[in-house]
Design a protein around this ligand. Structure first.
Ligand SMILES: Cc1ncc(COP(=O)(O)O)c(C=O)c1O
Length: 374
C-alpha cells in the first residue's frame, strides 16, 4: 500500500470563476494594471469593508510601506506595534526612517491590547499599527479611544482578516489606512497581492501615487517624490474578483475547519488551542495555531520535524520583532523582553489550514498531533 500523500500547510481553492475571468483577460489583451478588473476589484473590496476607497497593490508587505509613508510618518517618529507579527510591519516603519516601538501580546489571543500600547506612548508617537493575528482580531474599541485621546493615527494590518469583524464592524474599517495581504494562504487571494483601504480621498490619491512611482499627471517623467511600482495586474485582480464572490463561503469553510480541529484535539494534554471566540469576535482561523505547554519536553521545531515525518506540513509561529537579528545587530530593542511573544514563538506552530483541506486531511493532521503528545 502506498503511503498517504503529504498534506501541505496550505492549498487555495480556485474552482469558482477564476478561470473564466482569467480567460477574459487573455482574450481581451488586458493583462497589465490598466485592465477593468482592477477597478471592479477595488470597488467591490472597498464596499465589503465599508470604506470609500481601495487601492490594489502588489503585496501586503508593500501595502504597509505605502501606508506608513502616505501618513507622513518619517525620521524620529515612533510607531507602536506588536512584537509578535511578521517582519513586514516593523520593516515598513524602519524603511520610512521611523522608530518601531514594540509591545507584548496576550498569551490567550496572541494579539496585543490597548493597555500594553498605552504604556509605550510618548511625545514622539505618531501612530499605532494594530495587527490582527491568526484569526482573532485585536479588541478595537479601547484602541480607538486611546488613539483619539492622544491624537494618533491607526494603521490597521488586516492581512489575515478577510471577512472578519470586531464588535460587528468589519476588520479593515478601523484604520486611518487599513491594509490586507492577498497571498494564497489568505481567505481571498490574487496569487501575490495587497490592498489599502481608507475613507480620505487625499490619502487615497497619495497611495495611488506611491503605487505608481509618483508620476505627475501634468509632467510624467518629472518627480517631486519617490514612490514604488506596486501595481497589481488585471490578471491578479480577475482572480481577486472571483475569490471575493465566495468570501462568506470561505469564512464558513475555515470556521468549520477550526471547529473540527478543536473537537479532535480538545482532550489532548500538553497543548493550547486557539480561542474559538472572544467578547468581540468569533475566530475565522486564518491558520489553526497550537502552542506546546512548558512541560512538553520538546519545542515547536522538534514538533514540526516529527509532523513532517508523519506527512503533515506545519509552519512556525512568527519570530518576535525584538529578537530579529536585522534589528538587534543595530542596537535596536536592546535589553527589551516580551515573555509572551518569546514563549509562543518557540512553542507555537500551525497545522495545515488551507481552504482546500479535506475532512480526512484534518483528521490525519490532528491524529499526528495526538501521536506527538502520547
Ligand atoms: C499580519 C501580516 N501582515 C503582513 C503580511 C505580508 O503580506 P504579503 O505576504 O502579501 O507581503 C502578512 C503575510 O502573511 C501578514 O500575516
Amino acid at each position: 500500500m502506498s503511503s498517504p500523500k503529504f498534506i501541505p500547510v496550505n492549498e487555495p481553492l480556485l474552482n469558482g470563476n477564476e478561470e473564466k475571468y482569467l480567460i477574459q483577460c487573455i482574450r481581451t489583451g488586458w493583462i497589465s494594471s490598466e485592465g477593468p478588473f482592477i477597478k471592479k476589484f477595488e470597488e467591490q473590496f472597498a464596499q465589503r469593508v465599508g470604506r470609500k476607497h481601495a487601492v490594489a497593490v502588489s503585496n501586503g508587505s508593500m501595502a504597509l510601506d505605502a501606508a506608513v509613508v502616505a501618513l507622513g510618518i518619517g525620521a524620529g517618529d515612533e510607531v507602536i506595534l506588536p512584537t509578535f507579527t511578521i517582519i513586514s510591519c516593523a520593516a515598513a516603519v524602519v524603511r520610512a526612517g521611523a522608530i518601531p516601538v514594540v509591545v507584548d501580546c496576550d498569551p490567550a489571543t496572541w494579539n496585543t491590547d490597548a493597555d500594553r500600547i498605552e504604556q509605550r506612548i510618548t511625545s514622539r508617537t505618531k501612530a499605532i499599527m494594530v495587527v490582527h493575528i491568526y484569526g482573532l482580531p485585536t479588541e478595537m474599541a479601547p484602541v480607538l479611544e486611546l488613539a483619539h485621546k492622544h491624537g494618533l493615527s491607526i494603521i490597521e494590518d488586516a492581512a489575515e482578516m478577510h471577512g472578519q469583524t470586531c464588535d460587528v464592524r468589519p476588520c479593515g474599517s478601523f484604520g486611518k489606512i487599513s491594509t490586507y495581504s492577498l497571498y494564497p494562504n489568505k481567505h481571498v487571494t490574487t496569487g501575490e497581492g495587497g490592498m489599502l483601504v481608507m475613507d480620505d480621498e487625499t490619502l487615497a490619491e497619495k497611495c495611488r501615487s506611491l503605487r505608481n512611482l509618483c508620476f505627475k499627471p501634468e509632467k510624467r517623467f518629472v518627480h517631486d517624490e519617490l514612490g514604488w511600482n506596486l501595481r497589481m495586474t488585471n490578471l491578479q485582480a480577475a482572480l481577486g474578483v472571483a475569490q471575493l464572490e465566495r468570501l462568506e463561503e470561505f469564512v464558513n469553510i475555515k470556521r468549520r475547519m477550526g471547529a473540527r480541529y478543536t473537537e479532535l484535539l480538545r482532550a489532548t494534554k500538553g497543548i493550547q488551542l486557539p480561542l474559538p471566540r472572544t467578547d468581540w469576535a468569533e475566530n475565522i482561523y486564518w491558520v489553526y495555531g497550537i502552542v506546546l505547554d512548558d512541560d512538553v519536553p520538546f519545542d515547536a521545531v522538534e514538533a514540526m520535524a516529527r509532523l513532517a515525518k508523519a506527512g503533515i506540513g506545519a509552519r512556525p509561529f512568527f519570530w518576535p520583532m525584538h529578537e530579529q537579528p536585522v534589528f538587534t545587530k543595530t542596537g535596536m530593542f536592546a535589553g527589551e523582553r516580551y515573555p509572551n511573544a518569546e514563549r509562543i514563538a518557540r512553542r507555537g506552530f500551525y497545522l495545515p489550514s488551507g481552504l482546500a483541506l479535506s475532512d480526512d486531511q484534518i483528521e490525519r493532521s490532528a491524529a499526528a498531533v495526538r501521536d506527538l503528545l502520547r
